[in-house]
Design a protein around this ligand. Structure first.
Ligand SMILES: *Cc1c(COP(=O)(O)O)cnc(C)c1O
Length: 408
């Protein structure tokens, strides 16, 4: 069995240390636990070039910076390095050639969303700890990723979704082998059912940030981005923020890379993007608060960011502040208009949450929060194909004479 470089886990709010080789949920303070590594040792034994020369295609190439010690517990459904796509037709670039807008297209991952990264790690660790039943609340994508990786590892999974979760997601989850339930409430109501059932059923709670390893999986977005851009990070990152695992995970990645000396200079501004109908983090950030109370009557078509309350609220806000970034809300109207425009003008099919980052980019440009010389990365976190799309109404009757003039 290979060793991992994990030294211990640490409560994100009190700093209290926890032993690495034990099953953990939240800390005693009820906050997320962060995995800490012996970076000094890692630095002496492994170089970034060794990582780049590794022939492993997906996120497991970063295994020295991940917690799964034994390679046989590293489960995989073929995670790929997701591409960076330059937007060429819907952005007005300045002549300086410095500014760029790149989409990191996470829709290429197994189950079509970046939830694959977090759940790949969480389920691999569950396998390492020999857990036999995992449960999760979800707006769709996390449930599908859990179902897929749990089935792949031969572990039982139970999933709870709000009853207005798009049908395609719910059916996907069930097809992938999870026992799937619809709940007449929002994701936090589903989360309560999972939490309350822990003692009674004995399942393990893999809710966002309530176990320590989904962050480590999402951290690979930051590691991958750094490597892909030849270890030079962009100026600004726009991230569609629900529970915030990805934003927190990327920020953690950048700090670890900096400590390793693998990246130098200024870190990117982290921008938390939310929908106007559910923007607890934006509101707290504007008020200068570290914690965000539950958002009432949360509504947005961008289901992945319909998260009224986040246990890692202060970690999101700290990353935004430390990076000199900002938090920004966009309307559903703008989100859907942007999705349709980018799809038809660029050929790039964003999910609504991904489109929210493009809307936020445009809003930040017009209010001069960023400049045309900035190199920007927008996260498209799921394939656009998993969402309800506009209906096609043009019909042709093959039995009638076709009027070709209408195609001219
Ligand atoms: C989960 C999800 C998000 C939010 O990600 P967090 O890291 O939990 O904030 C955004 N978009 C999509 C498509 C998602 O599935």
């Amino acid at each position: 069995m290979e060793n991992s470089y994990v030294s211990h886990l640490e409560c994100s709010i009190t700093g209290k240390k926890y032993e690495a080789n034990k099953i953990h949920g939240l800390s005693e303070a009820g906050r997320p636990l962060l995995v800490r590594y012996d970076l000094e040792k890692l630095k002496n034994e492994i170089s970034r070039e060794e990582i780049s020369n590794s022939r492993v295609d997906g996120l497991w190439r970063y295994s020295p910076l991940l917690p799964v010690a034994d390679p046989k517990n590293r489960i995989s459904l073929g995670e790929t390095i997701t591409p960076l796509i330059k937007l060429d037709r819907s952005v007005n670039y300045s002549n300086t050639d410095k500014g760029q807008v790149l989409i990191k297209d996470e829709g290429r991952l197994p189950t079509g969303s970046f939830k694959a990264r977090g759940l790949c790690l969480a389920v691999s660790m569950a396998k390492q700890f020999k857990l036999n039943h995992l449960a999760i609340p979800t707006n769709g994508n996390a449930g599908a990723a859990l179902a897929a990786y749990a089935s792949c590892a031969g572990i039982r999974s139970t999933v709870f979704c709000p009853d207005d979760t798009p049908d395609i997601n719910v059916r996907e989850i069930q097809s992938l082998g999870a026992e799937t339930y619809l709940v007449n409430g929002l994701i936090n109501d589903c989360g309560k059912i999972v939490g309350d059932g822990k003692e009674k059923v004995g399942w393990f709670d893999v809710s966002t940030l309530k176990e320590p390893y989904r962050i480590e999986g999402k951290k690979t977005m930051g590691l991958e981005l750094a490597e892909q851009l030849s270890w030079k990070l962009p100026d600004v990152i726009f991230y569609p923020t629900g529970g915030g695992t990805g934003l927190i995970g990327m920020w953690k990645a950048f700090l670890e890379l900096k400590e390793l000396g693998w990246i130098k200079g200024k870190l990117p501004k982290m921008v938390a993007v939310q929908a106007e109908g559910c923007a607890p983090i934006v509101k707290a950030w504007k008020n200068g608060d570290e914690h965000a109370p539950v958002w009432q009557n949360a509504f947005t078509k961008a289901a992945g960011i319909r998260v009224p309350v986040a246990v890692g609220d202060f970690l999101i806000i700290r990353a935004v502040q430390e990076s000199n970034g900002f938090a920004i809300a966009v309307s559903d109207e703008d989100i859907m208009e942007t999705r349709d425009r980018v799809a038809s003008v660029e050929g790039c099919f964003l999910c609504p949450e991904g489109a929210a980052t493009m809307s936020a980019y445009e809003q930040a440009m017009s209010s001069k929060l960023i400049t045309p010389n900035d190199k920007v990365v927008l996260f498209n976190c799921a394939t656009g194909l998993k969402y309800p799309l506009p209906e096609v109404t043009n019909m042709i009757n093959k039995n009638k004479k076709i009027n070709y003039t209408k195609f001219i």
